[in-house]
Write a protein that binds this ligand. Structure first.
Ligand code: TEU
Ligand code: CA
Length: 536
């Protein structure tokens, strides 16, 4: 295994919101192809596409109705093959989003399984309730219960996510056989691997009710169980034939579980997304946001750096609010955006950029629930309403955390709809596109975009930043500093998260400052990030 994925930077595209080529207001594959030069210039080596498979879009593609077909809204299979070829011509590999915990209820397997006599019946969890009671007391990820009654079946089916996303039952060996052929279909098309959606919950060891009421009641029956490890080892055997890369989305995984899922000798995943750092500004659940304390973010990142041999480095994705709105400084937005970028590219692991992060896109400027499209946000708003939470308070919670914060259209330029579409965008464009857009940053040598390019090039050229050791130096709400040591010497990275100047004791030759300075005197400006190289 060449571990090529350790050297690369991954760029995540949410196709619906990236670039619309035909004016229907929906991003598409030809739109992505038209922006590959920009992505190559940025210096990324892997493109992660959120799902583009056939889907009724109840969860914007994370509800798949045909794994081997392209949603016509995004284009054709020829477009997909063209994208893979055009990306490859630019040295960019493409990975797909593998959503195999569940399928859409529009999938033919599910539709067939509604007949109790069907050979597809045991592809899903169908259970009888009793006297109107649900088969168990589990709760789902999207604020709904997780059983839906189907009158044709006179039974309930399990859905840990939205009711149109029915969980596959891996106790039936035929299910894994189907998944293996789907993997081969895409690997034979030249995809280089997969981002594996909620991959650590595939195996349910029982459907018993849980004695303990929790945020996710019943999760002890499916979170990172041995049965899932066994499935991952089966999948790995196929991926190894293609030297393919897998990154697992592993909800609620500990560092120990991350090691069990990714250590090479385990033969499962290459790496995972941990969420501990993404929970640094919440209480109990993500909808109860707290103030941001940089030390909490730094402590979580540092813990994973020390306890997991190879990390993914990410501050955003299509499910998370924008990092600049969440972890940035209102007084020093650009400097803090560059500080966060410095963090992303100087820790140890594979960095992931989410579309728009490189130009400092922020949370949406919607003013009401009517503008929100996300199924999770709508379900949670309904749930909060059932608890009689007042509308104003509900909206404050939704606006700060909704996944639509990350799904507003990519802001390309100051033209109509920020250059995303000539038509009516499927989701509102942030009105700040006039000054937050790709084109204006392309022209500005000291822009966030060019700073990303510099950092990506610096990381690519340094054995130490790529694969050196990590050692924390100081973690407070003001300062996060750490040392990376390796074959091309040692670097000290110092991040001043505060809005005040900060004196620090570190020596070294200045390699990069987000203020563009060319000298270093031990005093960091507000939100200044410096990379120092040990004096040889
Ligand atoms: O998300 C898994 C998941 O747990 C989500 O609840 C996510 O962690 C949460 O929204 C974070 O705020 C994956 C996909 O990333 C998400 O887009 C899908 O909706 C979900 O699985 C179901 O496929
Ligand atoms: Ca389109």
């Amino acid at each position: 295994m060449s571990e090529w994925w350790k050297k690369e930077v991954v760029y995540q595209i949410y196709p619906r919101s990236f670039c619309d080529s035909n004016g229907d207001g929906i991003g598409d594959l030809p739109g992505i192809i038209s922006k590959l030069d920009e992505l190559q210039k940025l210096g990324i080596g892997i493109l992660w596409l959120s799902p583009v498979y056939a889907s009724p879009n109840e969860d914007n593609g994370y509800d798949i109705s045909d794994y081997c077909a392209i949603n016509p809204e995004y284009g054709t299979m020829t477009d997909m093959e063209h994208l893979i070829a055009e990306a490859s011509a630019r040295g960019i590999r493409v990975i797909m989003d593998l959503v195999i915990n569940h399928t859409s209820t529009a999938h033919p397997w599910f539709q067939a399984s509604r007949d109790p006599q069907s050979p597809y019946r045991d592809y899903y969890y169908w259970r009888k309730g009793s006297k109107g009671k649900l088969p168990n007391n589990w709760t789902g990820f999207f604020g709904e219960n997780c059983w839906e009654y189907d009158d044709r079946s006179d039974a309930y089916y399990l859905h840990l996510f939205a009711k149109h996303q029915a969980d596959l039952d891996y106790h039936n060996p035929k299910v894994l056989e189907e998944i293996k052929s789907i993997l081969r279909f895409w690997l034979d098309k030249g995809v280089a691997g997969f981002r594996c959606d909620v991959i650590n919950i595939l195996w349910k060891d029982s459907l018993q009710s849980s004695p303990k009421k929790m945020i996710l009641t019943g999760s002890e029956h499916y979170l990172t169980l041995e049965g899932t490890h066994a499935i991952l080892r089966e999948i790995r055997k196929i991926l190894d034939e293609y030297d393919a890369f897998t990154v697992g989305e592993t909800v609620f995984a500990s560092t120990k579980q991350a090691c069990d899922l990714t250590l090479p000798e385990r033969g499962e995943l290459n790496t995972v997304f941990g969420f501990e750092h993404m929970e640094c500004d919440q209480k109990i659940v993500k909808w109860l946001k707290t103030d941001f304390h940089p030390a909490r973010l730094a402590k979580a990142l540092s813990k994973w750096q020390l306890e997991v041999p190879w990390n993914t480095l990410n501050l955003e994705n299509h499910d998370q609010p924008r990092s600049l709105s969440r972890f940035g400084s209102a007084r020093y937005p650009i400097q803090s955006a560059k500080l966060l970028a410095t963090l992303l590219f100087t820790l140890r692991g594979t960095p992931f950029i989410y579309q728009g992060q490189e130009i400092g896109m922020t949370n949406f400027d919607f003013t009401s629930m009517e503008q929100v499209q996300d199924v999770e946000s709508k379900n949670v708003d309904r749930l909060l309403q059932s608890f009689h939470i007042p509308k104003k308070q509900r909206w404050r919670m939704i606006a700060r955390t909704s996944r639509d914060n990350a799904r507003t259209p990519m802001q390309w330029n100051t033209g109509k709809n920020a250059g995303f579409t000539a038509g009516n965008p499927w989701l509102g464009v942030n009105s700040n596109y006039r000054f937050v857009n790709y084109a204006s940053q392309q022209e500005n040598p000291s822009s966030l975009l060019h700073y990303y390019e510099k950092l990506i090039a610096l990381r690519r050229g340094s054995e130490t930043l790529l694969s050196g050791t990590y050692c924390p130096l100081k973690i407070t709400d003001e300062e996060f500093s750490y040392r990376r040591a390796g074959r091309d010497g040692s670097y000290t990275i110092v991040l001043n998260f505060s809005d005040k100047p900060l004196r620090v004791p570190y020596e070294g030759n200045l390699v990069l400052s987000n203020y563009g300075y060319n000298r270093y005197d031990g005093i960091l400006q507000p939100c200044e990030a410096v990379i120092l190289r040990e004096r040889s």
